[in-house]
Unconditional design. Structure first.
Length: 131
């Protein structure tokens, strides 16, 4: 039987600007944004909901122990928009994390090449001393 991953429902810091945030909106935001938090636990975050000429503007600010991210989306439907902003945030964080992993891998290869070069130099010195 495969193990089920425990899902943590994080408390969302949600702020309405010229918009009243209902309990249903808060619950839906928690469900959607918790998917981000389960993969990448935040240090701080805030979801801001405000009126805009085109409908509702959603802005998610997220900070982990190293980086800060922002995603925003303007829509007519809050419930559809919250999923779009969640997916955008996941892509942004994943892209940054993958970039850091790639940099470490490249750095690791360079470090190994440098270490091999030093080892070769040391063995050459030992060979010369033996003569």
């Amino acid at each position: 039987k495969p193990e089920q991953k425990e899902t943590i429902m994080a408390k969302i810091n949600i702020q309405g600007v010229a918009v009243s945030v209902t309990e249903t909106m808060r619950t839906e935001a928690q469900k959607a944004i918790s998917k981000v938090f389960n993969r990448y636990p935040p240090i701080s975050h805030r979801l801001t909901v405000r009126e805009s000429p085109k409908g509702i503007e959603l802005k998610l600010s997220y900070q982990d122990d190293v980086d800060s991210y922002e995603a925003s989306h303007t829509c007519k439907d809050f419930y559809g928009g919250i999923k779009v902003i969640r997916d955008t945030m996941l892509r942004n964080i994943k892209r940054t994390h993958q970039s850091k992993i790639d940099q470490k891998r490249k750095g690791g290869i360079k470090n190994e090449l440098a270490r091999d070069s030093i080892d070769d130099d040391e063995s050459e010195l030992m060979d010369e001393e033996a003569l």
